[in-house]
Structures are given as C-alpha cells and as structure tokens.
Design a protein around this ligand. Sequence first.
Ligand SMILES: NC(=O)c1ccc[n+]([C@@H]2O[C@H](COP(=O)([O-])OP(=O)(O)OC[C@H]3O[C@@H](n4cnc5c(N)ncnc54)[C@H](O)[C@@H]3O)[C@@H](O)[C@H]2O)c1
Length: 360
Amino acid sequence: MLEQTFSCSIPAAECRIVVGRDIQGIMVSAIEKSKTGLIVAGAGLIDSWENFFQEIEKSLPNVKVARVNDGEGLKTFDSYIDLIKVMRTCRLDRGSSIAYFGGGTVGDLTGFCASTYMRGIGLIAFPTTLLAMVDSSIGGKNGIDLSDGKNAVGTFYNPNIVVADTVFLEKGIEYQKQGIAEIVKYGFIHDYSIINSLQSFSDYRALTKSPLLPDIVFKCAQIKMNIVSNDPEERSGGRELLNFGHTVGHAIEMASGYMIPHGTAVMRGMQIESQIASEMLGMKDVVSELAGDLAERFNIKQISIEHGMKQNLLDAIKYDKKVRSGKITVQVVDRPGSCRNVVVGVDKYLEALNKWLKEN
Ligand SMILES: NC(=O)c1ccc[n+]([C@@H]2O[C@H](COP(=O)([O-])OP(=O)(O)OC[C@H]3O[C@@H](n4cnc5c(N)ncnc54)[C@H](O)[C@@H]3O)[C@@H](O)[C@H]2O)c1
C-alpha cells in the first residue's frame, strides 16, 4: 500500500486528499473517524464491491449503506428528497458525516444533500471513476439537474476528505477511459510531464496496472485544488483555465443530443479550440497533434463534426452561459503545460469557428 496525501485550506473548508492503490483500510478509518452514519454507493459498484460494503455494515453497526442507481438520471429533485429522507431515518445529526462511493453523479447528489441537510454536515468522498478522482470530487461543486438545465441547482461545499483508490479504475474500462480527457487537459494547462507520462502507455488497461497511475491522479487533483482554491466560488475568474476544451466540448455534447460522451467531446474540443486560437491570434497550434496521438493511444474516438451538427454547435456557443456582455473567455495553450485566458468578442469567436467548420 502506497499513498500520497496533501491538505488544502480554502475559505470555510479544509480538505484532505489521499490517493493510492489498495487503500481500503484508509477508507474504513476515514469512515470511523468522521462519525459517518450513512454511505451512498453507486449501483455500478455493487457486483464487484458488495462484499466490501457488507463487511463495513457488519464491522461498523452504526453505518448504513444506501445503494442508488447511478448515472445522470440520479441527479433529480426526487432522488434528493429520497436521500434526505434516508439521512433522516438514519438519524444523522450536525455531528455526523455522509460518505459516498461512486462517480460524479453520486458525488453531486450526495454533496448537495450533505450541504443542505441541517445546513451542512460532514462529507467524505470516495470517488470511483477516473473523472470523479481527477475532477468532480475536487473543488466543492455539487448539484442536481432540472429538465431544462444540467446542474441548475446546487451549492459549493467541500468534502472533509477525498480518498481515491485507483484499484476502482480497473472495471468499466470502456466508460472509465473517458476520464483521460481531463488528465490530458491538466497536462496542457499546467504540467507537461503528465502528457509525457501518458505517452508511455499503450492503452488504458496498461495505465490502470501501472504504479504511475496514483501519481498521475494525485498530480491532477493537486492542480485542480490549487486552481479552485484561488477562486473557490467561481467569482474571480480563476477557475476559467479549467474550461480548456470544455467550451467547444460542451457544445459538441449538446449539438449531438448528448450522444457523444463527455471525454470524447472534450478531447476534440481541445483540438478545435487550439486550432481556432492559432487562427485568431496568429500562433502555433501545439495541442492538436499531441491530443490526437493520445486519443488514438487510449482508443478515444476522434469524431468529425457532421454537417447536421454545425448550426447546433454555433448556437450552443452563442447561448453558452459563460458569454457575458458579448464577450467570451477562451483558454490559449502557448506551449504544452502553459495556458492563459484571453477575452474575445463572441461574434469574432463564432466567425472563426464558422470558418473552421467550413474548412473541416
Ligand atoms: N461537481 C463537479 O465539479 C463536476 C465536475 C465534472 C463532472 N461532474 C458531473 O459528474 C457526472 C459524471 O460523472 P462520472 O463520469 O463519474 O459518471 P457516473 O457517476 O454516471 O458514473 C459512470 C458509470 O460508471 C459506473 N461506475 C462508477 N464507478 C465504477 C467502477 N469503479 N467500476 C465500474 N463502473 C463504475 C457507474 O455505475 C455509472 O454507470 C456528471 O453528472 C457531471 O455533471 C461534476
């Protein structure tokens, strides 16, 4: 067992992050120390981890495990009310904590419940997808969806501890590998050594078996935590660097009616954003070739933007909630590992995107 830990103080929160492999002992001890009364476990884990949850319930009789059907359909008001009722039945009080095992959907729902139940109780995160380990469990955002808006209701509320055990990443490989796009993003915006490390693997399976994986996850979590701790509630703009690849990536997801998965869309989004920036600002595109190589290596489909999607893509950017007073902040990678925000007129950006769409 090998693990790395760091702590980060952000206003009104202390969050400890532990990353390692085969560190279930640390998880159990976090559950005990935090007076956790309820664990929320995503159903996707049940087949492989049910014995582990049963052991916890047997050895810690004050802890109950609630199994929930994970996936985007979990992030609803109905699930919120159901989970709050279970918290009540388990008699959680202001001194208790709630923990979750799962991906971003289980984390977003549990975090929202933790932040609102009795005006806030302890929250412990055990992320089990690659995306949750490097992204959604860090930074305090949570929430549920409305029929016309993803993550439309939520709060900022940090877990007291995040324990990421990379052993969870060996199952559900087809889905898990989508999280690679976020890792590639951290490499481009902050630390080129991450991209170098990824280039030493032949595919996702090789990555999951490598002792380097906890290191890579740890670096990504640290980068995100450092960025968000300067802008904990997304007010000063400091978090915007994390949007690299996501403005066009989200637009691709929306334009495809969410048929294109998040990681695939973000991987393509990073390439398109970089090509547009190079055209608009007269600089070298240092992203596309490397991102293409990594997409191929990890078998993430390199999509083309179908003719029928093009207008939807332009509309998605035009009405993006990040557009303010006719301006949009785009992320520009000057060299792999170094990125800056540039504010441009949204009309100018749409013109450049339109030109790109006509040529590709
Ligand atoms: N709060 C934030 O800052 C933030 C950031 C990014 C994304 N998100 C949210 O995260 C959600 C996506 O999260 P996700 O990608 O983790 O998806 P998810 O939670 O839907 O999980 C994806 C699938 O993986 C399965 N799964 C989970 N752990 C597994 C494991 N160890 N082995 C096998 N299968 C496993 C689940 O059953 C599910 O079918 C979205 O709702 C998104 O809005 C939140």
